[in-house]
Design a protein around this ligand. Structure first.
Ligand code: DGJ
Length: 539
């Protein structure tokens, strides 16, 4: 009998080992979303490769730089044209190399499926698809001409893409289920159609004349009728959005049935110029099509925001639009300049982003817009690397604080050298942009702060002076520093590296290379803080 139990225990042990950790997932508790990796809260500090870089000759030269950057995740394309060079013949050589090499370096991967759609075109479909529009039909424009975009109403296109994606997911499951280097899949890339507001092929025209599917009008709480009846001037774009979302949803669903990773679609935003569909990929998950995508692509975990806009108001407004109870914010592409570093703080600290990733961080690109100083490694992406190295010190606490209302971020903006953040019982004033900082145009001042106890905070950031005071309504005048420690978290355990006191607290300024502080305060009634008194005296 005892042997039976031992055998059972061994079996149980083996199957646990085989199963490894729970799969990455996005957990939702009321309105809060948390990406879980290895069952623990995780924030993607990502680096997206240039489009033509997910090849060993490039990545082999990138791994050291990835370490320098401090990212915890690489976002890398997987090209349909390379995965399935002939129909039904698959090549996983490069994908396998990518996964194994990233794993060796404890990096995670978000894989970008460049299948039928890439920036509102279809240039990553294999030659046997692109050369055979009779079998794999293209969209047509209003003038009836075939364009460089696969038709989303074609079953042949859908089935061909889906079949390849299923093979990709089978391969990932086979080599990665135990390790989970791959944590998320982007299904297609900035889908939609350039040059036309909708598909005007014969099949699409037929569908366009019909009534909007009743299931869809119900979900959208719209009346029944044809596309034009229901959506008026926006009918072409909405029609395209529905069929493209359905197409991508079917691919994602099939992929998830094989290997259930979180999956998402990313957007080429319309907030660029004239906002005419076709001048941006029409039918993508743009801000005006979010409801349609939510209704038509229920298997996607989120609609992700690609944003290169350097204007903070536009950035914040778009974060608010894509951060919804039914949509965790994720920014898989953003600018990589120093001036984007503070935007990462806004996304993570004020909009609870599950991750951020600047685009084009590998060094050997052929794009003439790649303006990096190839000689000067230390200068390259200084602010982005600074963020990653600092944020990595508190990933789990930060991910847990997101959505609690206790975490806030601020950054240096034009005409806003002082910013006041309010917490329960405390106000915190930040001063940015001291004359001592060399290059003011980069606006590198940025902070993230969380109240972690009645009189306790964690504060991290760069180039910012901080002053705590009890809230005006609290009846107290001054906040005394009781203990200020600099350090990092190992998982959730605080590890002190040094104590700040004396001049460090007199100046109370986060340095240009950043610091993470744990701060304990005490509220007192008297105005006994030298520094604040000095400020008052000055006034
Ligand atoms: C957005 C796309 O999604 C990326 O793949 C890349 O092409 C960038 N634009 C380049 O700016």
């Amino acid at each position: 009998m005892i042997y039976k139990y031992i055998a059972l225990l061994i079996l149980l042990f083996q199957s646990c080992a085989l199963l490894g950790q729970p799969l990455p997932q996005i957990r939702q508790e009321s309105n809060k979303h948390t990406l879980l990796v290895d069952g623990k809260p995780f924030i993607i500090l990502g680096a997206q490769l240039w489009n033509s870089s997910a090849w060993p000759i490039i990545t082999d030269r990138f791994w050291d730089q990835a370490r320098e950057l401090g990212c915890n995740t690489i976002e890398a394309p997987v090209y349909w044209q390379n995965i399935e060079p002939e129909p039904g013949t698959y090549n996983f050589t490069e994908l396998e190399n990518l996964i194994l090499e990233a794993r060796k370096r404890h990096l995670r991967l978000v894989l970008l499926w460049f299948g039928s759609y890439k920036n509102g075109r279809s240039q990553y479909a294999p030659p046997w698809v692109l050369e055979n529009p009779e079998k794999y039909p293209r969209m047509h424009n209003k003038g009836g001409q075939e364009i460089y975009v696969l038709s989303a109403v074609s079953k042949n296109n859908l089935n061909a893409d889906k079949r390849a994606f299923i093979e990709v997911m089978k391969f990932i499951r086979k080599i990665d289920e135990k390790h989970q280097t791959v944590i998320m899949m982007q299904v297609e890339n900035e889908p939609g159609s350039m040059w036309t507001d909708r598909d005007y092929s014969e099949t699409a025209n037929e569908l366009f004349k019909r009534e909007v599917p009743a299931e869809l009008t119900q979900k959208l709480q719209q009346r029944n009728g044809t596309w034009e009846d229901v959506f008026g001037i926006n009918a072409p774009e909405t029609f395209n959005a529905h069929y493209i979302a359905r197409y991508i949803d079917e691919i994602a669903q099939a992929g998830k049935e094989i290997y259930n990773l979180p999956m998402y679609a990313n957007v080429w935003i319309r907030e660029n110029a004239f906002e005419r569909p076709g001048e941006y990929p029409s039918g993508g998950p743009t801000s005006n099509m979010i409801e349609m995508w939510k209704a038509s692509a229920p298997h996607l975990d989120l609609l992700a925001l690609d944003i290169y806009k350097g204007n903070p108001d536009i950035f914040k407004a778009l974060c608010s639009i894509y951060h919804r109870p039914d949509n965790p914010l994720f920014i898989p592409e953003m600018g990589n300049g120093d001036n984007f570093a503070r935007f990462q703080f806004y996304a993570l600290g004020n909009h609870d982003a599950i991750g951020v990733a600047p685009y084009g961080l590998d060094p050997f690109h052929v794009d003439p817009h790649d303006k990096r100083d190839r000689e000067n490694l230390d200068q390259r992406f200084q602010a982005i690397a600074g963020n990653f190295h600092l944020l990595k010190k508190a990933i789990i606490p930060l991910a847990k604080l997101q959505g609690s209302g206790l975490l806030k971020a601020a950054g240096e903006e034009e005409g806003m050298t002082e910013q006041l953040l309010h917490f329960d019982q405390y106000d915190v004033l930040f001063n940015f942009g001291f004359p001592t900082y060399k290059d003011r145009s980069k606006r590198t001042g940025r902070v993230m702060i969380a109240q972690t106890g009645d009189d306790e905070f964690i504060l991290l950031g760069f180039d910012a002076k901080f002053t705590f005071r009890p809230a005006y309504s609290s009846g107290y005048e001054t906040a005394e520093f009781i203990l200020v420690e600099q350090g990092h978290f190992e998982e959730e355990e605080w590890i002190r590296e040094r104590i700040w006191n004396g001049d460090a607290l007199y100046h109370s300024t986060l340095p240009p290379d950043g610091a993470l502080l744990k701060i304990k305060l005490r509220k007192v009634k008297s105005l006994n803080n030298f520094k604040e008194k000095a400020n008052f005296d000055k006034n």
